[in-house]
Design a protein around this ligand. Structure first.
Ligand code: HEC
Length: 126
């Protein structure tokens, strides 16, 4: 009789720890999901400047170092690049293509691009 009671108690205890373990797994999983949501909602708001810059490097060369007819934009001072982008966007500077391209960027994105290219070194394209 007592033996049966003990084994029943053991079973209940074991089931409880199983439940607790499952709860812990759930807690960790929901924390991971929350972290992923924070991470990716942020990424959607503002892509990293390197991602933005890939649009430009097709014409202006890898890292903004041009080998062809396009002007190099690597290491242009941050303010100058941002000002040129805004001039294209606002139609203050004539352009063949840059007006349309600049039109697609917000002020914050232009600043991020300017920051990115200012950090790139000029010199031979690699
Ligand atoms: C389709 C090719 C193309 C793409 C893509 C492109 N550009 Fe340009 N860019 C040009 C051309 C061509 C010029 C010369 C002005 C013109 O005719 O539009 C220029 C000029 C510029 C200038 C002026 C450089 C100077 O010496 O005054 C800046 C700054 C610039 N681009 C930045 C960018 C940035 C930043 C991006 C990406 C968001 C970008 N460009 C994407 C073709 C391109």
């Amino acid at each position: 009789m007592t033996e049966r009671m003990f084994s029943r108690a053991g079973l209940v205890l074991r089931q409880r720890t199983k439940l607790e373990r499952a709860m812990n797994v759930l807690r960790i999983a929901s924390a991971a999901i929350a972290a992923a949501i924070v991470c990716c909602a942020h990424a959607a708001e503002q892509p990293p400047s390197r991602t933005l810059a890939t649009t430009c490097t097709g014409c202006h060369g890898t890292h903004g170092r041009s080998t062809g007819a396009m002007p190099s934009i690597a290491s242009l001072p941050r303010k100058q690049l941002a000002e040129q982008m805004r001039a294209f966007r606002d139609g203050r500077r004539d352009a063949t293509v840059m007006q349309q391209i600049a039109n697609g960027y917000s002020d914050a994105q232009i600043d991020a691009l300017a920051e990115h290219f200012a950090r790139q070194q000029r010199g031979a394209a690699r």
